[in-house]
Structure formats: C-alpha cells, structure tokens
Design a binder for this molecule. Structure first.
Ligand code: URA
Length: 429
C-alpha cells in the first residue's frame, strides 16, 4: 500500500492494514515519508483513530525505526513510565528498589514538560551526575548497579522524534492513539520484559480529567501487551504532589528524607507500582511476596545503597546517600503562610508547577538552562487544618516575591475536602 493510499484510507475512516501502518512508521524514521505526509497522517489518526492492531503496528514500527536494546542477563528487564505530574520523583526511589530485589531497570527518562518536572533534571541537581551516557556506558551501569537513569540517545525511536515535532505544530498532540505509540515506542526500545504505567489524574496531572486518564491507560495497556510486553497501569491521584516538594534539588532532598523515613506518599506509591510490576515480570509469584521484598530492601538500607551506587556510577559523589545535604544546592527559604484558618481543601499543582518553571526550575524554551536550586518544599498536605499565619510551604528562591502566588494555589475552607485514594484504579490487560 502506498503512503497516498494509506492516508486516503485513514482519511475516510477505513480499517487499514497493520503492515502498511508499520511501513509508514519506518518511513518516518528513515526520512522517506515527507513532512506533508507525516502531518496528514497525524491529523487523520487524530480525527478517525486507529484500530487496536493498527495502533500496535504503529508502536512497533516506531520502536523498530531505531536501536532496540537487548540484554544478555538472567534478570528480568523492567521499567515504569509516568504520564507526568508535579512533585513526582517516583523513579528515583523505585528504580533502586526494583534493582535491589533482582530486577534490571534500564530507565530512559525525560526532562520537564510544561508544568511537570523531569527525572533527568532532578537527577542532574546532584553535582557531577551525568544522564547523557553513551549506550555502552548505560549498559555497563545498568548491569553493575541493577539500574541506570539516562536521557534517550539520538538513535532511539527516531520516527517518534519526527512525528512528535509534526504533531506539535499541527494541533495533534492530544490524540490518545498517537500519545500511546509515542510513549510506548521509546519505552519498548529498552528491551523490556515487563512495564508498569503510572497514569496520573487530578489537579497537578497532565491528564487532569479521570475519564481521559482512563482512556489513555486502557490504550497503553492494550498496545503494550499487544506488542508482547506484560503491562499493567495504575491510575493514581495527583490532587496533591506526591512529594511535599516541587523543583529539582528540593525533590531530591525530599526523596532522601523518604528513604530515611520509609513512609509517606512516595513510599506508598513505589510499593504499589513495584508490587504490580514484579508480579507481572514473574520475579515474584505473589503480590505479597513482591511487597514483602520491597519493604525489606527499603528497611534494611539496600535500596538506598543502590541509589547511592547509581549516583556514583553516573558521575556523582561516592558518599551521596550519607552526605546528601552537603551536596545539594538549595536556594534560601521563605515561609509562605496561610491567609486564614481552615482546612487545606485544594492544591493547584499545575499553578505551582508553572510557578517553579517561572522561577527557572523548568524550561520555557528547549535551550533554557535550569536553575536546580529553586522550588518549593514543606508543602502542607491536602486535608490538613492550618491556622491563619501557619506555614503552607517554603519557597526557595533568591527573594520572597512569589510567596503570595504560592499561597493563592492553596484553597482553604471551613470544611475538610473529600479526598481520593492514592490509587484510583488498576487497568489490567
Ligand atoms: N509523552 C510522550 O513521550 N509522547 C507524547 O505524545 C506525550 C507524552
């Protein structure tokens, strides 16, 4: 089928042969499909959608448009992907936890996007840490430590890079079919045996509407399993940040505190995601076995040690796990106070995320340099009672000019809010 015939069939809403969709994805990667064809493809898919087999074919074709890693190991190769939120440094804790119970976690991560933070930016808040590892060094670190967190290499899913740029300028970014293929092409190129998806919903999420989050989760689970990778999704709550911090160095500090405290929202989320993933990968036969093992490596310090090992192997300080407070550069703190007494009944995570980006903690343009030192910490939890004048958060910035804007992101009411559970729903194949 020629690209012209494929595009005409898609335009008219016909079922298209998966082979033709795969061939088109490969043509996007090798440059033989034109930009005009890429734009027409994106718009047609956005309007008409793809059948499930065609979506799987698009994903596999985009994955195979570049390098696909394979691993010579007895360990199961596993990973997690999050659709994005604020104060969400799950990867920094979960990857070493999974490595500590026998998984191999070659995590190819992203940078901040819109109001949400990026794992790579957070990790680079640690002095010396490099995320732009070559493919051989990535492999070496992952095999030595059990986990590594790196930026995508240029040869990873080039069809996605091409189509994403076209979607960005043709108003077709929000198509569930295209988002599904884009996310999974890059994840599956890491050669995974199993994957867990953290699909966020709520005030700080990219997919704020629960129905959108559910549709995306179902599509991701169908396609990933259709492409042969056992995958489950958890729809998780982003009505408040996962960590009591938003930014780069402040989030790393909050992760180190969570490793020490061994409790809190971040730990709970890592337990849920890790348990589902370890069972799906067949590393543990039961969820209880998986959960007990994860609790064990958190409590006995093995997971923290693995985190420190990964940091050191990626160029950071040898003793970061013990002396992290000496290494992290965090801007001076200014306390943000409650304007009145009441229950914290809403936290506008999107507004707070944008505020941190505005302080320089994220990028307005792709080429911007990040200020890792700015951010927010000590965020009060949803449902807490605060007295007028009590702290809501600490703003880390050169001055206190943004304090009022931070306070405005907290809704304070007479009655406590109804709160969603951390895990809204599990989407299984
Ligand atoms: N993340 C991706 O990698 N691709 C999308 O299309 C959306 C989010």
């Amino acid at each position: 089928m020629t690209p012209r015939a494929l595009l005409s069939a898609l335009r008219d809403g016909h079922d298209v042969p998966p082979d033709a969709v795969r061939a088109f994805a490969l043509a996007l990667g090798d440059g033989s499909a034109t930009d005009a064809q890429a734009g027409a493809f994106a718009m047609a898919v956005c309007h008409r959608g793809l059948s499930e087999p065609a979506r799987v074919a698009l994903t596999e074709g985009m994955r195979d448009s570049g390098a696909v890693l394979s691993w010579d190991t007895d360990r199961k190769v596993i990973d997690k992907h999050s659709t994005g939120g604020v104060g969400d440094a799950v990867s920094l804790m979960l990857a070493p936890m999974l490595a500590s119970v026998g998984g191999l976690v070659p995590m190819i991560s992203g940078r901040g996007l819109g109001h949400t933070g990026g794992t790579l930016d957070k990790l680079e808040a640690i002095p010396g840490v490099r995320t732009d590892l070559s493919a051989p060094t990535f492999r070496l670190v992952a095999e030595r430590v059990g986990c590594a967190i790196v930026a995508p290499t240029p040869d990873l899913a080039p069809a996605d890079r091409r189509l994403y740029a076209v979607r960005d300028v043709t108003g077709t970014v929000r198509s569930i079919d295209l988002i599904t293929a884009s996310i999974l092409a890059k994840k599956l190129a890491a050669g995974l045996d199993a994957l867990v998806l953290d699909v966020k919903t709520g005030a700080g999420a990219v997919m704020q509407d629960p129905q959108d989050a559910r549709r995306l989760a179902q599509s991701l689970v169908q396609v990933a399993n259709g492409a042969g990778c056992p995958t489950t999704a958890l729809i998780t709550d982003m009505d408040q940040p996962v960590l009591p911090a938003i930014g780069n160095a402040v989030e790393v500090a909050a992760v180190m505190q969570a490793f020490a405290r061994k409790s809190g929202r971040l730990v709970d989320l890592c337990m849920e995601l890790g348990t589902v993933l370890l069972k799906a990968a067949g590393i543990f036969y039961t969820e209880k076995g998986a959960r007990d093992a994860l609790v064990g490596v958190l409590n006995d310090g093995t997971a923290l040690q693995a985190f420190g090992h990964m940091v050191a192997e990626q160029g950071g300080p040898e003793n970061f796990s013990d002396r992290w407070a000496d290494y992290l550069d965090i801007a001076p703190g200014h306390t943000v106070t409650a304007p009145r007494s009441g229950y914290v009944s809403g936290i506008d995570g999107t507004a707070l995320g944008h505020l941190v980006v505005g302080l320089g903690g994220g990028r307005q343009r792709e080429t911007d340099r990040i200020d890792h030192a700015v951010g927010l910490s000590d965020l009060v939890e949803l449902g807490h009672w605060v007295n007028a004048g009590a702290p809501l958060a600490v703003l880390h910035a050169p001055d206190d000019a943004a304090c009022d804007a931070v306070a405005a992101a907290f809704a304070i009411t007479e009655n406590p809010p109804n709160q969603n559970p951390l895990i809204h729903e599990r989407i299984v194949p």
